[in-house]
Design a protein around this ligand. Structure first.
Ligand code: PLP
Length: 366
């Protein structure tokens, strides 16, 4: 075990009690806590609806099946967790890519506009590391060309763009509650947010075996519900989310302050008047990344690489679609240079300083 881990989920006595109480007193599947968690999540995100499901991948998959992208193409970023693009395939469509922006590492809206084809049915930006994508140009082009706009907000619970929360800007937002995310349900889980009455009806059926009513099914659905005890934990986590995010921002600010003036390291943006990030990850762009990572691990500091292989260069994507090196050069360069440093609400200031001290030792002792 690393002395300083990369991430650590919050799990308070109140959360454990909430789960135990749900197990003792509620229906284990689709209990009262599920309904309440969905209502509270929708209110928090600023959408009419929130529908829980079994994971972030599942949220993306169900949202795209409901929006009927099957047989078409969905344009996304090659620089994300592989689940983003996998969900497109699971929805029966083909993922296509537009390269990342050097500015914020999110999908580049200018490249999106150029990459839209006849078969494109939707655009799927990812708010990477909790830093919102520049959504205005995507909203505009999707409206103009009548394309579905799905936000992968799996890393961006509570982040905002021009006064709107991530997951409330496109047609549909998808969240993950995997344990290391900014909020968890104490295991896997997901949420779909939308204002669309038709779409919500479809995803509600799809996540519950295609049920219209107890014994009647009018689509081929899935067993994709969130367990009641997980929803009970999620409700308590959600009440604490703003506090957790504020703490992440404080820690990110401290990192950037400590690393100021190092020409070997580019620190992430702290946001501006339009964008409030939530630092799911604190990611630096750095020289000699792999050697630095080894140095950090030797010091007992866990670091990460999100992501060392862009999606288009994963063996299965090369095999299925014939992608090759050089197809998306910005994403490929980022995959060689980015490194994630430990960040989680319980991380201490002294630990941030220790991490930065180890980075300075690597470059300045070199
Ligand atoms: C950007 C992104 N999209 C999708 C997912 C998939 O979420 P899950 O692991 O809950 O299926 C994740 C999380 O792992 C993610 O970070």
């Amino acid at each position: 075990m690393a002395k300083i881990p990369l991430g650590r989920p919050e799990m308070s006595d109140e959360m454990i009690e909430a789960a135990a109480s749900a197990l003792r007193n509620e229906r284990l599947v689709m209990g009262e806590s599920v309904k309440k968690f969905e209502e509270e999540f929708a209110r928090y995100t600023g959408t009419k609806y929130a529908i829980s499901c079994s994971s972030g991948t599942n949220a993306l998959q169900l949202a795209m099946i409901a929006a009927k992208v099957c047989g078409k193409e969905v344009l996304t970023t090659p620089f994300s967790f592989i689940a983003t693009a996998n969900a497109v395939i699971e929805a029966g469509a083909k993922p296509t890519f537009a390269d990342s922006s050097e500015r914020d590492y999110n999908i580049d809206p200018i490249k999106v506009v150029k990459a839209i084809q006849e078969k494109t049915a939707g655009v799927l930006p990812v708010h990477l590391y909790g830093n919102p994508t520049d959504m205005d140009p995507l909203v505009e082009v999707c409206r103009k060309k009548k394309l579905l706009l799905v936000e992968d907000a799996c890393q961006a619970h509570g982040a905002s763009y021009k006064g709107k929360k991530a997951g409330s800007i496109g047609d549909v937002g998808c969240f993950s509650f995997y344990p290391t995310k900014n909020m968890t349900v104490g295991g896997d889980g997901g949420m779909i947010t939308t204002n669309d009455d038709k779409l919500v009806k479809e995803v509600t059926k799809l996540r519950d075996c295609g049920r219209v009513s107890r014994y009647v099914h009018d689509v081929v659905g899935y067993t994709s519900r969130l367990n009641t005890c997980n929803a009970a934990i999620g409700r308590v986590q959600l009440r604490n989310l703003e506090k957790y995010n504020e703490r992440r921002r404080e820690l990110a600010k401290l990192y950037s302050h400590e690393l100021k003036g190092m020409e070997q390291v580019v620190v992430p943006s702290m946001g501006d008047k339009d964008v409030t990030p939530v630092f799911h990850l604190y990611v630096i762009r750095c020289q000699h990344r792999d050697e630095l990572a080894k140095h950090m691990e030797a010091k007992g500091i866990e670091v990460g690489v999100h992501y060392p292989v862009p999606i288009h260069l994963q063996p299965i994507y090369k095999q299925m679609y014939g992608y090759k090196e050089g197809d998306f050069p910005v994403s490929e360069a980022l995959s060689n240079q980015l490194m994630s440093l430990p960040i989680f609400p319980a991380l201490k200031e002294a630990e941030v300083k220790e991490v930065c001290g180890a980075i300075k030792e690597f470059y300045w002792g070199k």
